[in-house]
Design a protein around this ligand. Sequence first.
Ligand SMILES: Cc1cc2nc3c(=O)[nH]c(=O)nc-3n(C[C@H](O)[C@H](O)[C@H](O)COP(=O)(O)OP(=O)(O)OC[C@H]3O[C@@H](n4cnc5c(N)ncnc54)[C@H](O)[C@@H]3O)c2cc1C
Ligand code: SF4
Length: 340
Amino acid sequence: MMRLPKFEYRAARTVAEALEWMGEFSSAADKDPQAHAMLMAGGTDVLPNMKHRVFTPQVVVGLRGVAALRGIAYDPEHGLRLGAGVRLSELAASPIIRARYPALARAAEVISTPQLRQMGTLGGNLCLDTRCNYYNQSEFWRKARDYCLKRGSEICRVAPNGTGCYAVSSCDTAPVLIALGATARIASRAGDRILPIADLYHDDGIHPVRLHDGDVLTDLYVPSPPGDWRSTYEKYRVRGAFDFPIASVAAVARFDGAQCADVRLVLQGVATRPLPLPEVEALLRGQPWTPDLLDAAAELGYKAAHPMDNTAGTIALRRRIVRAYIRRALDALIAPSVIH
Ligand SMILES: Cc1cc2nc3c(=O)[nH]c(=O)nc-3n(C[C@H](O)[C@H](O)[C@H](O)COP(=O)(O)OP(=O)(O)OC[C@H]3O[C@@H](n4cnc5c(N)ncnc54)[C@H](O)[C@@H]3O)c2cc1C
Ligand code: SF4
């Protein structure tokens, strides 16, 4: 049985309190292994990683008691406001999200297991660390191989001649929120700022999330979709019961008669950050979606995806999944049953 290391737990009651405590310690939100303090919401990623000694904070600042981070609110003019502390199970079950943002509900309901969705939060999901076969291992395993770049060593085990870390972004809600044009409110000791979710991510497996010095993600805002927006999330995973994405596709589109008026596509699980597909979108926009066009779009997406050999599934399989799942997502958007 793997045990947690010793640490001090501080339960914050307000965002200000969390910021103050995080400010007492060195930068923790960037997943620096030497960080002294770390935020924790549901703990479904932080605690297993602490057991593996991937994270070794001396202090954990808990966000579960912060009432301001809760709540789901919708109005047709301003859209959806989600507290970062909303649990994944609430997101998946919310009638308004299921009706107006079905891809988001779908992404939440295919994350991990029912028990973990009861604990895990939207904010924790968006700030999830990147994953790699050489990183998400026990301390014993990693030490035996002399660690890797993401854990302070000199070399990447996946691409020894590469220029950085290629650990994979695997959080299921991020590609959907990017496709839906969502923004995030981030609280810091210097004040609040609003950032498009797309800008929350770096192309950097070591510091994947653009937060620093204990910043707290507080709210997500998703614009109100015009009545005829359709959205879907198609995820391929090894175990259907629960697993991280081997590759997945978030797709949002609206149509003007038979023609596509607008479309957004974002891949997940194949790069260090969620990967938008602007060239595929340009091919599809303004066109009637014929089977040949959809095949061409899937092929273009296949060419844009360059996963590394660092998660389950071979590179070839993951690229083939990208092609098949883009096609599957586009088919779903034009299926008569999808009317959102
Ligand atoms: C067996 C298993 C299967 C899983 N499967 C999946 C899966 O299929 N898809 C998937 O996406 N995830 C999966 N996960 C990962 C995890 O359960 C979810 O991503 C979950 O949403 C994380 O939320 P949390 O609240 O538990 O995060 P925590 O573990 O509390 O935190 C995760 C990270 O977010 C930071 N953080 C949390 N809240 C905030 C905030 N408000 N502001 C700033 N930083 C914050 C923490 O510091 C930490 O770095 C799985 C985990 C396990 C153990
Ligand atoms: S991609 Fe390379 S540096 Fe990054 S976690 Fe994997 S082995 Fe380590």
